[in-house]
Design a protein around this ligand. Structure first.
Ligand SMILES: [Zn+2]
Length: 284
């Protein structure tokens, strides 16, 4: 439910983004003549039986894959460990490069693929590991095998990893406290702050920060530096994870309307990496 609502809180597409997306859908043969510009960010949720070509594109008559159809929007993979591992591994490069290059016999084709990867998975094959109300019937070996379908390098590229508690029936009935529209307004304000901050830097949002720009825009105060140092060692973070956490902290600070990253912004960002620890535990 959360995943499907993400497009409703994303900032509206710029005219250029709309144009680019419309071209992609036109090439893919998914537009009819009377369709105008696509104005809604895409939400793609391919089934786990998808082929490598279906995911990244290609084929005898080359066509864009799901990662390109999700350009400027969301690619949602439900039951992540059910996807073939080789298909998941193909996502790594496009996640870094925001484009995908497909080698052909006599040429190569490049499609844009700037998508937000959102994935969901169970904690174990039966789904009840860690559930306070049900007993998990899986063996440690089964759990290990299930989780190891997602490689460390792929997990490392996922900025935020959260465990969610089972929903109680009573919580389903209660009134919703926030609506998408008010969240989207906060997102738009944070995006505007970023646009102004990076004016003249050839980037427009936090996720695009390069390591050298991060030194300028993601400075930590003394207590923040200490916390980061501790977390880096305790959570055995990679350099990539370290940078991603800093960028998420920058975004949390922006949503909080603060110019500098405070210790509590960083602490919140660190909490969104809880599967890293989980993964190290099952592997060691
Ligand atoms: Zn289980």
């Amino acid at each position: 439910m959360i995943a499907r609502r993400i497009p409703t809180i994303l900032p509206s597409m710029t005219f250029e983004e709309s144009l680019e997306l419309t071209k992609i859908y036109s090439i893919a043969g998914l537009l009819s003549d009377h369709d105008g510009l696509i104005e809604k960010r895409p939400f793609r949720a391919p089934h786990h039986t998808i082929s490598a070509v279906g995911m990244v594109g290609g084929g005898r008559i080359p066509k864009p894959g799901e990662i390109t159809l999700a350009h400027n929007g969301v690619l949602f993979l439900d039951e992540l460990p059910e996807f073939p591992r080789d298909v998941l591994e193909l996502l790594r490069q496009p996640l870094e490069d925001e484009k995908v290059t497909i080698a052909r016999a006599n040429a190569t084709i490049t499609y844009p693929s700037k998508f937000m990867l959102v994935a969901a998975m169970n904690p174990c094959p039966c789904g009840f590991y860690g559930d306070p109300f049900h007993e998990c019937t899986c063996t440690p070996h089964q759990i290990n095998k299930y989780l190891s379908k997602i490689s460390g390098p792929l997990m490392d590229r996922i900025d935020m990893q959260l465990q969610v508690a089972p929903v109680k029936y009573a919580d389903l009935e209660g009134p919703s406290t926030t609506d998408s529209e008010s969240i989207r307004k906060r997102v738009e304000i944070a995006r505007l702050m970023q646009l102004e901050r990076y004016n003249g830097q050839k980037i427009h949002c936090n996720s695009q920060l390069t390591p050298s720009l991060m030194q300028k825009y993601c400075k930590l105060d003394k207590s923040g530096k200490l916390l980061m140092k501790e977390a880096f060692h305790n959570m055995k973070l990679t350099a990539r994870a370290h940078n991603k956490i800093l960028k998420v902290a920058r975004t949390i600070a922006d949503l909080d309307g603060k110019d500098s990253i405070k210790e509590y912004h960083l602490a919140e960002a660190l909490q969104y990496r809880n599967l890293d620890k989980y993964y190290q535990n099952i592997r060691s």
